[in-house]
Every structure is written in C-alpha cells, then in structure tokens.
Design a protein around this ligand. Sequence first.
Ligand SMILES: Nc1ncnc2c1ncn2[C@@H]1O[C@H](COP(=O)(O)OP(=O)(O)OP(=O)(O)O)[C@@H](O)[C@H]1O
Length: 602
Amino acid sequence: MPSSPPPAAPSPVAKRSAVRSLLRLWPYLRPVRGRFFAAAFVAVVASCLSLVIPLVLKWMVDGPVADRDPGGVWLGALALLGLGVTEAVLFGLRRWLVARPMTAVEAALRRDLYQRLQRLPVAFHDRWASGQLLSRGTTDLSLLRMFLVFPLTFLFVNAVTVLVGFVVLLWQDWGLGLVLLLPVVPLIVGCSLFETRYSRVARAAQDQVGDVTTVVEESVLGIRVVKGFGRHRSQARAFAVLAERLRGTELGKARLLASIWAFITIVPELAIGAALVLGTVRVADGELSAGTLVAFLSTALALRWPVESIGFLLAMSQEAATATERYFEVMDQAEEDPGGPPAAAAAATAPRDARGGVVFEGVSFRYPDAPPDAPPVLRGVDLHIRPGETMALVGATGSGKTTLTALVPRLHELTSGRVLLDGEDIAAMPRERLRTLVAVAFEEPTLFSASVRENVLMGAGAGAGDVELRRALDVAQAGFVDDLPQGPATEVGEQGLSLSGGQRQRLALARAVVGEPRFLVLDDPLSALDVHTEALVEAALREVLSGTTALVVAHRPSTVLLADRVALLSEGRIAAVGTHQELLRSSTEYAWLMSGAEGEGR
Ligand SMILES: Nc1ncnc2c1ncn2[C@@H]1O[C@H](COP(=O)(O)OP(=O)(O)OP(=O)(O)O)[C@@H](O)[C@H]1O
C-alpha cells in the first residue's frame, strides 16, 4: 500500500520541441485534412471580416456622419450588421466542420494505444504503472482532441488575422502602425520564455495525474485489503499528499498563465494608448482625419483578442505537445517480436531435436528490470517432459517456478538457451501459433467483466460452443456455474470478484483446458480448492492430461500425485527429476518441502 508517491512513468526517451512532437499527429490528421483545412479557411475569412468593420466605420465617420446624411448612416449600420451575422455564421460552420472528424481522430488514437498495450510484452507492463497508462488513454487524449479542435486552428487564424491587421494599420497610417509594432519583440521574447517554463510544469502535472490515477485504481481494486486492515485513513493521507502535489503544480501552471496573460495584455494596451495620444494630437493638428483615427483604433482593438489569446493558446498547445510526447512514449515501445518467417527460416536450417514433448535446454533468465548485481532467476535449466507426460514442478518459494512456466508461452524472453515444443524452437514459432498450442492457468486467476461462458471460451478457437464449454466446466468441477442466476450467461463482474477464489480458479482452469491444448502449463491452479474438490478436479484432469504434455507447478503432495514425474527446482537449476517416491527417498530438500506442505495443506 503506497504511503509515498509511486514512481512516475519511465522518463521520456528524448526531449523534442513542441512543434516536432505535435507533427507526429499528422498521420492521424491526414484522413480528415480536407475538412480541417476547409474549417481553418472559413475561420480565417470570418476573423478577417472583423477587420472590415473599422473600414466601414471610417467610411461612415468621414462620409455620412460628417455630411449629416442619415440614409448613409443607416446603410453603414446595415453593412455592419451583415458583417457581424456573416462572421457568426462562418464561425458556426467552422465548428460543425471540425467537430466530427476530430472525435474520429481521438478515437483512432485511443484505438491504436489500446492495441499497442495489448501487444507490448509483459516486461513493459511490469515496469509501467497502470495509472500512467490509463491517464494517457483518457486525460491526454482529451487534451489532444481539444488542441486539434481549437488552439491548432486558432493559432494559425490569429496569426493570419494579426498579419492582415497590421497591413491594414500600416496602410491607414504607417507612423501610428509602427507604434503598435513596437511591442512585437518583447512579446516574442516573453512567449518563448513562457513556453519553455510551461512545458516543464505541464509535463510534471500530466505525470502527476498518472500517479493519482494509479493510487485511485489500486485503492479501488484493493478495497478489501484497505478495509480489512483498516487502512482507509492512511490511504486517504497518501492520496491527499499526491493530490496536494498535483494542486501545487496546477497552481504553478495558473501562475505562469496569469503572468503571460497580464504581459500580453498590458504591453499592447500601452502601445494602443500611445497611438491614441499621438493620433489625437495629429487630428487636432489637422494632419489626420477623425475617420482614419477611429478606423485605426477600431482595427487595433479588433486585434486585441487575436493577440491576447495567444497566451492560453500557447499553453494549451504546450499541454497537447506534452500529451503527444506521453502518448508516443508508449507507442514507440518495441512490440513483442511476433516470431515467424525469418526466425522460422533460421529454424528450418537448424538441426531439429528428435525428442518430442517440452525440452528446456540450458535455459537462463533474468528479469530485465532486476538490479545488475542480482543473480539470474534461472541458471542453465535442462529438463525434458516427454510427450503426453505430466511433470510437476516443485521448489521453495521464490525459486523461479512461475518464471519458468511463463517462458513456455513466451510471456518473457529467454536470456539464453532454448525451449522446444515437439522439437520446434518456440523462438522461431509465430506467437499466434505458439499460443494456440500452449494453454496456461495461473495461481491468481484473472477473469474479465464478461459472462462465465465468454470467460471460459476465451481459451478455445472460434468454432467452440456449448459442448466444449460443458466439457471444460466438468473437468474443472465447475458445476456451481449452473446455480448462478443466469447459468453460464451470468456476468462475473470486474475481475470476477463476485465469485469465490476457488470458483475463479476453476473457471481459469476450465479456460485452460477448453481448447484441448497440446501443451498445458498450470501454475498451482488448485491452491484455493478444498481437498475433496481438488481430488475430483485431479481425477478429471488426469483424463484430459493423458493426451497433453503438461507442466504443473505444485506445492502440495496431492497436486504432485497428479504428475507422472516431478522436477525439483533449486537455486535456478533443476536439482533432481524422478517420481514422487524416488525424490522423497533421494532428495532431502524435496522431502523437506513435501513434509512442510503436507503439514500446511492438510
Ligand atoms: N517482474 C519481475 N521483475 C523482477 N524480479 C521478479 C519479477 N517477478 C519475479 N521476480 C523475482 O524472481 C524470483 C522468482 O519468482 P517466481 O515468482 O518465479 O517464484 P516462484 O518459485 O513461483 O515462487 P512462489 O512459489 O512463491 O510462487 C523471485 O526472487 C522474484 O522476486
């Protein structure tokens, strides 16, 4: 249970500029580029229309107002109304053009992230906190959609509007126009300083959202432990620390945003004030018409929003760049090598092992994230499980049994050595085929929020139906399924927590045997069953196992007796292989393990 902040995600591979990060979104934007550019064009036209209003004003002041011509004033007012309505309609059209395609972009990003998470190796998931992945799939993708809908277009639209606006200003009066151009340099310097600082704090905030998500997820999933140990107060305190840290970072963001907003507002206002004083003096001197001054100031005021909004548009873009970085940190991770043709070609030339069944040959393994000075978990494991044989794997706790079983379906990659299934090297086999040959059931059974039927048939091919389901449930002694409210159609709830531990284990076992796999790997799959149910499952399993080559991790003599032979794993190596009786006689370690287990288990 965390009492201190959990580690953040592994640090980013390389720091890119915000623009380079955001450019990586282009492949997703490409399919909707037509609508996107059309929307940007419509927005530019709408925004530039607002710059025509001051010109109409100038015409009104210098013309109909000076000449006291009410008809001309009405005409001007009508033109202004028309411009305003057109501007509003065009902005509405822009919104309509982008809304649908941008949700499609977000959906595509989310779909690809999910697919990538499914394909990344177990070692990746061991390393990354789930909350960091969740926050990437939710908060970060929402930030990206918002960026694509609003800031991306408006940074461009506002830049074009400001450029056109300055051309109009200089054309109206270049002297006053130059006064308004003076703040450009300090604004550029201020914005670039802001961007650098904001990118750091935005990254910290988004990583901290991931940490908070991790704690919430762990507390919800572990609610039984939290309540059972009366840890809700300490959990709440740990959460409060993280939430407070996030609040501090968000406040830092708000402070930065407030200072850039103030800077971007004050500097142009000073320039407008100076232009107003200068302009008024020149009108008084008769050097400038009142209409030109009105038009000039109206244009300058029309440019206030495009300039002032740059602060928060940059902030949103920076957050989007950080979200893109975080998104691609996952997408750039190497997927599991699918195995297959090139390796298979190599295997075709390699001498085939004549022995069938499962062969471990000089297998060594160390976890990629283990400390460098830690010895490998497995050190030269040699073991042959004959075709159709059931081999029990026994060893002290932490000796590497689970690790060894996880190597058969290639949940982890061997550090050295090889594993052969009926003479075929698993490294040269396409993963998809390997996983149809090998079925697994772990001690901690994982079920999904789906029906019992769907959970069990997950272990079978596409054609499997009720016959296979019934047979698998019979083998696993899972008759309790028929007593559930909707039988096999009953939803088991998140992670199957509506079922007992033993019930979950039996469903996981049914899932492992339903596809009648050639190779079966069972990691102590009966540990939660009472002795009588275990005996019944074993009797049924014996029938299934007669045609299957199986490796079964066992802690209790009753599970060991299911096997034809037993292998003892000790200090990363296979220390002895033989029948239960043989090992009881020849290995003191085995006899010790079994006597302890007997005492505990019975
Ligand atoms: N993801 C991991 N990263 C680093 N080390 C790991 C990882 N998983 C397990 N280990 C280490 O590998 C060693 C073997 O663990 P393993 O789970 O294979 O043992 P086991 O024999 O199955 O134990 P048990 O009987 O208690 O289930 C342990 O020292 C464990 O700390």
